[in-house]
Every structure is written in C-alpha cells, then in structure tokens.
Design a binder for this molecule. Structure first.
Ligand SMILES: Cc1ncc(COP(=O)(O)O)c(C=O)c1O
Length: 384
C-alpha cells in the first residue's frame, strides 16, 4: 500500500517505536510512579524521559510543565475548559479542527462563553488583521491551529501571539499538524498553551498526546484521581504534572512516543520538514498537470505543511479516494476532514476534498505512483 494519509496518523513508524512498545509490554509492564520495585522504576523512567524529550523539542522551561493526555483533542479540551470562566470571550478561526470547534460550540451553547470564528480567504488563509479586530477586553483566549489540516497553510503565529498578548489574552496553539515537522519554540513564540498529539509528526502510537502549560497559568484539571503521590490526601495534588494526570497513563504508548521523539530529534525537525516540502512541491506539480483538478490552499511560496487538498471535476472526492484505494492501493482521505467551517470558504462544503498528506517515510516514487494512477483514471474518464 502507498500510504498518503499522514495528517490523520503517521504510518509507518520508525522500527524503534514498535520495538519500544513491545519491550515495555513484554519486559516492563508495570505502572509508573506508584511503586519502588525495578520494573515500576523502569516505567517511571520511561514517562519522565518522554517528558524530557518533549521539553527539548518544544524548548520548554521545565519538563514538568508538559502534561500527558490521550491525544490532541483531550489536550485542547483541558486547555479550553481549564482556562475559560463564565463570561469569557474566545477568538478562534474557521480553519480550526472539530477538536477546537466542538468544545467551544458546547461552551457557547451552554451560555458559559462567547466566541468569534475569524474567517479565512478562498485559499484558507486567515488575515491577522481580522484576529486583531475580533479581540475584545474580555477575550481570555485565542485558540488557533498552527497549520490547517485541510489546506496545509501555516498561520502567522508571531503576529497572532503579539496581538493576543498586547490585549492581555492567552494564546493556545493546536500543533496537531506541526509538532515534529515544523520547528516550535514555546518561549520564543510566546505560546501559553501548546496542544500536541503523539501519533502524527512525533511518530509515536495512537493514544498519546499532551498539553504544555506555561508556568503561572491557572488551568483547572479535567480529570482527577490517583497519581501515586500524596496518597494520604483525597485532594488532587497541586504539583505539576500530577495535578492533571490522575489515573494510570498509557505507558506502552509513551514508550513508543519516546522512541518516536528520539527519531525526530536525531533526524532533525528541519530535515524532516525539508523532505516533506520537497515532496509537496512534486505533488503540486503533478496535480497541476492533471486536467480539471483544482487545488485548494496557500499560494506558492507561502509557509505550509505537507497537506494538500484538491477536487476533480466530474469525480467526487469519495469516489476518487475509492478508485485510488481499490484500483491502485493508494490511501488518501476524502470528505471534510473534521474541519467543517473552512469548506464554506473554499467552496467545498458539499463533498469536501481529496486530501493527500505526506510523511517523512514517503518517497518521490510514491508521488510518481499517485501521478500515474490519476492519469489512468483521467484517461478512463475521458474515454467514457
Ligand atoms: C488540526 C488538528 N487538530 C486536532 C486534531 C486532533 O488530533 P487527535 O485525533 O490526536 O486528538 C487533528 C487530527 O486530525 C488535527 O488535524
């Protein structure tokens, strides 16, 4: 199979990821942070090493400021529900994913907060002046995706961060599509909350993710329970990260994530990014040569990730994805990609798009195979 759906989840993972999960499950298997015997200490070491690697990758002041969650969705829910108070206003964008849109919509529907969904243009780009205009005195949070999972466009985080902080507003960034393939420095970029997932660009397994919380920001926990610390008290410990990590963590997943992070750090985020962008250029050239294909997304030269959306006149996205899968064993995604609002601006709300998303393990041959498959499908369609 040629896998071109890395924006959903990366595949394959580095061999070391499979080995680390297997090693944990077969030879360690203990719960971390709760006991002093050898395998429990080994499990504890895995959790703290993974936190340390994340701190290194994101340039975090103290590793304990990173809280593990099941995925980016849980991290975003923790950030939103932990920070927002009755009467607060939030600025987000129509380019955001349902992991942002749905919890916000629910808070709005319950009368807890108000929100502004900043529009984008027909290429999916948000004009930062519109973010500035949306800010109000009671805007507690700007919550925005770093890169769109539909068009691949990267938002201008420096400008948005400056605008938010000038207004006394916190900035939460959804790095689901950028962690591991775009450099992120939470201190330099002045990010207050960074939500990330472990199973995409960080090359770890599904069921891993986390939230970076800048020191001094008050976030109410989403989940309380046993931590192995301060067990004599029935109150949740205040210390980081225990305050947010009630319950046994996904230690096998974190073992895998740790191996994924080592791979990313050893390879270098810039090297990964350069490879993915080189393939993206090749993909865009290939799509430009297929008649009746329309590509949605940032103009050439704009900052982006390796996510490309397109439609093909005469062949709905669902059908095309099915033809690529059944006839050529090529895996792409079709539809709205859990980001319903952006399609109103792209003009694709009815059927969505075909999305091709590339990862570090894709090659130029994969794009050539997609290109050949599209040409064959085009020939068949024109012969009809
Ligand atoms: C931009 C964006 N945000 C959030 C998510 C949610 O990630 P997860 O499924 O790991 O919670 C995704 C996943 O597709 C995404 O693309």
């Amino acid at each position: 199979m040629i896998y071109l759906d890395n924006a959903a989840t990366s595949f394959p993972k580095p061999e070391s990821v499979y080995q680390a999960i297997d090693r944990f499950n077969r030879s360690i298997g203990a719960s971390p942070g709760r006991s002093g015997y050898a395998t429990a200490r080994a499990a504890d070491k895995i959790v703290s090493e993974t936190r340390g690697l994340l701190a290194q990758l994101f340039h975090v002041e103290k590793a304990s400021q990173i809280v593990f969650t099941a995925n980016a969705t849980e991290a975003i829910n923790l950030g939103l529900k932990g920070v927002l108070r009755l009467g607060d206003h939030v600025v987000t964008t129509v380019t955001d994913h349902n992991s942002v849109l749905r919890p916000l919509r629910s808070l709005v529907d319950h009368g807890q907060i108000t929100a502004t969904w900043v529009a984008c243009d027909a290429t999916g780009l948000v004009d930062t002046r519109n973010i500035r205009d949306a800010l109000r005195p009671n805007t507690r949070l700007v919550c925005i995706t770093h890169a769109s999972n539909v068009t691949g466009a990267i938002h201008d985080m420096d400008a948005i961060s400056t605008l938010a902080h000038e207004n006394g507003t916190l900035l939460m960034v959804d790095a689901a599509q950028t962690a591991g393939c775009v450099p992120i420095d939470v201190q330099e970029m002045q990010i207050d909350l960074l939500a990330f997932t472990g199973h995409k660009g960080l090359l770890g397994p599904q069921g891993t993710g986390g939230l970076y919380i800048k020191p001094g920001i008050e976030v109410q926990p989403l989940r309380e329970g046993g931590t192995g610390s301060q067990s004599s008290s029935d109150r949740q410990p205040e210390k980081m990260p225990d305050r947010y990590e009630g319950g046994t963590p996904n230690t096998p997943g974190l073992a895998g994530l740790s191996a994924g992070l080592r791979f990313v750090l050893e390879t270098g985020v810039e090297t990964i990014q350069a490879h993915e962008l080189m393939l993206t250029e090749q993909l865009l050239d290939c799509l430009a040569s297929v008649p009746s294909v329309k590509v949605y997304g940032p103009p050439p030269g704009a900052r982006r990730v390796a996510v490309v959306s397109f439609t093909w006149e005469g062949c709905p996205p669902l059908n095309l994805a099915h033809l690529l899968s059944s006839g050529f064993d090529i895996a792409v995604r079709s539809g709205l990609h859990c980001a319903p609002l952006i399609h109103r601006y792209l003009g694709t709300s009815d059927t969505g798009t075909v999305r091709v998303s590339l990862g570090y393990f894709n090659t130029a041959d994969d794009i050539d195979a997609l290109s050949a498959a599209l040409r064959q499908i085009a020939n068949k369609m024109s012969a009809r």
